[in-house]
Every structure is written in C-alpha cells, then in structure tokens.
Design a protein around this ligand. Structure first.
Ligand code: ATP
Length: 363
C-alpha cells in the first residue's frame, strides 16, 4: 500500500549544526516528490531521517495515520535506491533482487515470481544470472531499483540515483523511473541537486537551502513563480537587475524603473524604494534600434553563443550592466553579431520583482 507522508516540524542536529530546520511537508499517496537543493542543504539528512537511519530531535513523522518516530528502519516498509547502487558484488542479479524477500521469509515460489516480475519491470530479466561486475552502471542501477520495488514498499526513497551515469543514460533512466513509478503508483521521495532532473520527473518539488524549505510547488510554479531570489537563481538561469519603485499615481500603484526606463505602472501596490527585477533570458525580447515601441532599453551585443536550438547573447546596457538573453536560432543568417546595437524589451509581464533583500515577491 502506498503511503501518505506527513513531515511535521522536523529538525535534526549534528552536534551544534542544525542540518535540517523545522521541515513541514505533506506528500500525497502515489506522488513523485523531489527534494532539490545545493550540496549540504540537508536533502540526504532528511531522507535518512524518513528512512529511520537518523532520529530527529524535534518534530513528528507520520505514514498515513501511523506515528513513525519510534518505528525502527527495518519496520518502515521502505525501498531505497542510492547513488552508489549498493548491490552485493558476490550475488547474481536474481539473488540481489531476492535478498529482501528471503530476509522477510517469503516462500521460494513467491520469491521467484516476484523477482521475475521486478526484473521484467526494469527490463533486466535476460541478465538475471549475471554478476554485478558484468553489468554497466545503468544496469546496476536497475538492479538496485528492482531490489527496492520487489518488497512492495509503501514508500520509495531515492538519493541521487543517477549521479554516476553519463548524461544520455541519465535522461533515459529518469524517464524509465518516472514511468515505472507512475505505473506502480508508489509514493516516491527523490533527492537531487540537478534542477533539470527535478523539473523533468517530479509531481512537486521542495527547494531547500541551509536546512530549510524555501518553496514547495509543481515544477512550472517553481520555475515561473519563484518565492524568493534564492529559488529564482537556483532553478534555471535568470537576470537580476536593480529596480526603483515609486508610488506616484492616485491609485497607490508604483512605477517600476529599470536601467533608467519606466516599465509600467500597474505592477505593484504601494511600495517605494529599491527592488530586484528578475527576468529569465528566454523572456527577454530583442529588437532592432529602429523599433519605435516605448519602454525599450538600449544595449550592445558583446557575445553570441550558437547552441543549435537557440543562441545565447550577452548584452551590455549603457549603465554597464550585462544580461543574458536567448533567441531561437531559426535562421542562421539572422544571427546577431558582437558589436550590434539593439534594444531590449524587459517584459514586465513575465518579471518577478523581489524586495531588496530578495526574500519576498512584490508583484
Ligand atoms: P549533498 O548533495 O552534498 O549530499 P545534502 O543536501 O544531502 O548534500 P546533507 O548530507 O544532508 O546535505 O548535509 C546537511 C548538513 O549536515 C551539512 O552541513 C553536513 O555537513 C552535515 N552533516 C551531514 N551528515 C553529517 C554527519 N553524519 N555528521 C555531522 N554532520 C553531518
């Protein structure tokens, strides 16, 4: 049976160091939930606490209605997959996958049926008699996955399972993991520091930094509506520009000025002062200098990188600020060149404006 996981105000210390700090997350049955953040932010510590390998100092953990704080790891009915595979080198593929069932004293016939079923699911049935040393990294990780699902876990925990694989295989494996997880409908908590991987596989993501959850949301919410400057910067790429806000009209709306250009009056209520204007490279629009529409910023192309599907331009404004902008490279002969003068639409409809500290969204 798949679990509903409730993480309530959980904190975990290592000595003085608070590795995870008051975490609150509710994960639905069958959900693919990802913990995403830079190295050292506490992802692994949280996962190991859920598994029962660490005991939290504060807070409560529930699987469904069951209070789990004092349930030992081996009684939590969890399947785990780690970065380093952690499969037994002296056992065959079949024996590796059968291991957890033998330990649970499952009957021989049933072990055979369930191991065969699990190996089928990860497309390894034909290699069941091989030793791990005769398998590729991707195949070894499939063994680890089969071993985790064969016990019919209520919860599947995965800690950077794809980190040791090459880039192409990582993409194939993440698609396979995602489709297997949906087919089996196992509640899954997945740890990664790779934002693209997180966006690709997850139903929802918790972005973490310094032991705290910065934002929880669906992939597009986190990408398009980051809750603070840290999240905007960690997910994808963005440009941060200095902005000035000034309330001038009778309706208390602030006007936003960036690079000396007034961008609009209907964005913000009643805020004055300095702010941070965040806009992603693909949200900017580049125009010729002859373009007459208002609220464009003058600039110069100082670098152009052709990436096949798109071109990345570095643009310097007259203030000296340098931003990054993407354009689709539909026609090669339309590429802009270093030294070209252009105008940029900073697209206030798509921008996210943070307060000066970067902690809060203003628009
Ligand atoms: P990574 O992506 O590098 O694995 P992470 O986000 O999983 O990082 P954790 O391994 O959970 O981060 O570490 C969180 C914090 O707790 C770090 O400051 C780390 O140094 C500390 N920490 C982790 N494990 C221990 C431990 N066993 N003893 C002491 N401190 C630890």
């Amino acid at each position: 049976m798949q679990e509903h996981v409730k993480i309530q105000q959980i904190s975990k210390y290592f000595g003085e160091n608070k590795a995870i700090d008051n975490i609150n997350i509710d994960i639905g049955k069958g959900e693919f939930f990802t913990l995403l953040g830079p190295s050292g932010c506490g992802k692994t510590t949280l996962l190991r606490t859920l598994a029962g390998f660490y005991q939290q100092e504060e807070g409560n953990l529930y699987f469904g209605d069951q209070h789990m704080n004092n349930v030992p790891a081996h009684k939590r009915n969890i399947g785990m997959v780690f970065q380093n595979y952690a499969i037994f080198p002296h056992l065959t593929v079949f024996e590796n996958v059968a291991y957890g069932l033998k330990a649970r004293k499952v009957k021989k016939d049933e072990i055979k049926a369930r191991v065969t079923e699990a190996l089928d699911m990860v497309e390894l049935a034909h290699l069941k008699d091989r030793q791990p040393s005769q398998l590729s990294g991707g195949q070894q990780q499939r063994v680890a996955l089969a071993r985790a699902i064969v016990i019919y876990p209520g919860l599947l925990l995965m800690d950077e399972p794809l980190s040791n694989l090459d880039a192409k295989l990582r993409i194939k494996m993440r698609e396979d993991i995602r489709s297997l997880q949906k087919r089996l409908n196992i509640t899954t908590i997945y740890v990664t520091h790779d934002q693209e991987e997180a966006l690709a596989v997850s139903d929802r993501i918790a972005v973490m930094s310094e032991g705290k959850v910065q934002q929880i949301g669906r992939p597009h919410e986190i990408y398009l509506s980051p809750a603070n400057k840290f999240v905007a910067n960690f997910i994808g790429t963005t440009n941060f520009l200095d902005a000035d806000l000034e309330v001038v009209d009778a309706e208390n709306k602030a006007i936003v000025t960036v690079e000396g250009v007034t961008l609009g009056t209907n964005l913000l209520e009643n805020v004055n002062g300095k702010a941070i204007y965040s806009i992603r490279p693909e949200q900017l629009k580049i125009y010729e200098t002859s373009e007459a529409r208002p609220a464009l910023v003058d600039g110069e192309i100082i670098d152009a990188t052709f990436l096949g599907e798109s071109v990345v331009y570095k643009i310097r404004f007259n203030s000296g600020t340098v931003i990054s902008a993407h354009e689709h490279s539909i026609r090669y002969n339309m590429l802009r060149k270093t030294g070209d003068r252009i105008k940029v639409d900073l697209n206030p409809d798509e921008a996210v404006i943070f307060d000066e500290s970067g902690e809060e969204v203003l628009n």
